[in-house]
Unconditional design. Structure first.
Length: 291
């Protein structure tokens, strides 16, 4: 009869409120994981879109330049390249300046170049140094130009943001653990006399623990599903509003966030329930009236 009542009231108001409060904590934690992963994607996106120019001499004719471009594309540090001829460079500058420099100079002052975008792992000052040395081995390369100050500023700011987000993630993980643990402890606290009664009739610790662990496992599962649904909806809304964000808010990022929230929700609720129930199983009857 008692078990019948328990099974009938499994999804009671206490279950719902515990699920919602746990969901809010998981949602906060999931947002931090989301921002950490998105910041990493953003840093890669920014670094991979910083290009530098390889200026080639007039002795390197276009077929030879295109062959050199093909060689660069085969290098592991190159994400993509683009060849800009002397004529194209003149046309672009004329459009930007509103006047044609060749008209008053009498010749095309620009040189052909190959614009290179690096893979993010190589977009660092030390890596670029040996990349520059490698490219300059071609005697027909005149000069290599890249925004050194911009690259240093980007890498410095990325490091600062990464440390901040990781610290925030660690702090919120501890806070989340504490909040979920308190919610579960209060739930089990209200059942402490029932636990003692079951001990008196000879129930084993494993038998007493089982329904509490299962109930809190279900709370963690439901809370994680609700938090994942909210986070997925937010990610979809952002990409729908600004489609270019798909480069930062990738499907893999969303899947990792959902998996992290689900794993944390299940592990933390199960673990906190296990610790709390053991606490009351060890207590003597006289102690239960003074806590």
């Amino acid at each position: 009869m008692i078990m019948g009542k328990k099974s009938g009231s499994f999804f009671d108001m206490q279950f719902i409120t515990s699920s919602i409060s746990t969901m809010l904590v998981l949602l906060l934690l999931g947002m931090v994981v989301f921002f950490v992963l998105s910041a990493d994607n953003l840093s890669r996106y920014v670094r991979e879109n910083i290009s530098f120019s390889v200026l080639v001499s007039d002795d390197m004719k276009e077929p030879e330049a295109l062959k050199f471009q093909k060689q660069l594309n085969s290098e592991p540090f190159v994400k993509e390249t683009m060849y800009i001829s002397k004529e194209q460079a003149l046309k672009e500058q004329a459009e930007a300046m509103g006047t044609d420099p060749a008209e008053f100079l009498g010749y095309n002052p620009f040189t052909a170049s190959i614009e290179i975008k690096l893979n993010a792992d190589y977009a660092h000052t030390d890596s670029i140094a040996w990349i520059e040395e490698k490219i300059m081995q071609n005697k027909k390369v005149m000069e290599i130009n890249y925004p050194q100050d911009l690259l240093d500023a980007v890498n410095s700011n990325i490091r600062k943001v990464s440390f901040f987000l990781l610290g925030l993630a660690a702090l919120l993980t501890l806070i989340s653990f504490a909040l979920i643990n308190n919610t579960i402890r209060l739930t089990i606290y209200s059942k402490r006399f029932l636990i003692h009664t079951m001990k008196l009739v000879g129930a084993s610790w494993g038998f007493i623990r089982r329904p509490f662990l299962w109930r809190n496992f279900c709370i963690g599962l439901m809370a994680a599903f609700m938090a994942d649904a909210a986070l997925t909806g937010m990610a979809y809304g952002l990409v729908r509003y600004e489609p270019e964000l798909i480069e930062i808010i990738t499907p893999m990022t969303v899947l990792i966030v959902m998996g992290s929230v689900l794993a944390f929700g299940l592990i933390i609720t199960f673990l906190c329930a296990y610790i709390s129930i053991n606490k009351y199983l060890r207590m003597k009857a006289s102690t239960l009236y003074y806590i």
